[in-house]
Design a binder for this molecule. Structure first.
Ligand SMILES: [Zn+2]
Length: 107
């Protein structure tokens, strides 16, 4: 499924920010949570951390599970962030325990 499980907004394929870029409806709580997360990630990058790690958010867990068809409990606990496009975009990436890239890989 390439839509938001709450508002049915469509995923934007091939977006530089990665797999979880979705056109949420204005009333979608998952979209609001993603907007807040995006601001926090941009702040972290603006402080000079061009890349870093943080915990996967509950919203990311729900969206990743919906898009990839995995169980939310199987989504890795850590997300790797890196600044791309001159700092304009923060790309998110998740790795499997064996080191292979889970996301971004188009489903
Ligand atoms: Zn949504």
């Amino acid at each position: 499924m390439s839509t938001c499980p709450e508002c049915a907004g469509s995923r934007l394929p091939d977006h530089p920010a990665g797999l979880l870029v979705i056109s949420h409806k204005p009333t979608c709580s998952l979209g609001a949570a993603e907007d807040a997360r995006k601001v926090a990630d941009a702040d972290a990058v603006a402080l000079g951390y061009r890349s870093g790690l943080r915990d996967t958010t509950t919203t990311e867990r729900v969206l990743l599970a919906a898009i990839t068809g995995t169980d939310p409990g199987d989504v890795p606990d850590v997300v790797h962030m890196r600044s791309i496009a001159g700092g304009a975009v923060v790309e998110r990436c998740w790795f499997a325990p064996d080191g292979s890239v889970l996301v971004p890989a188009d489903p």
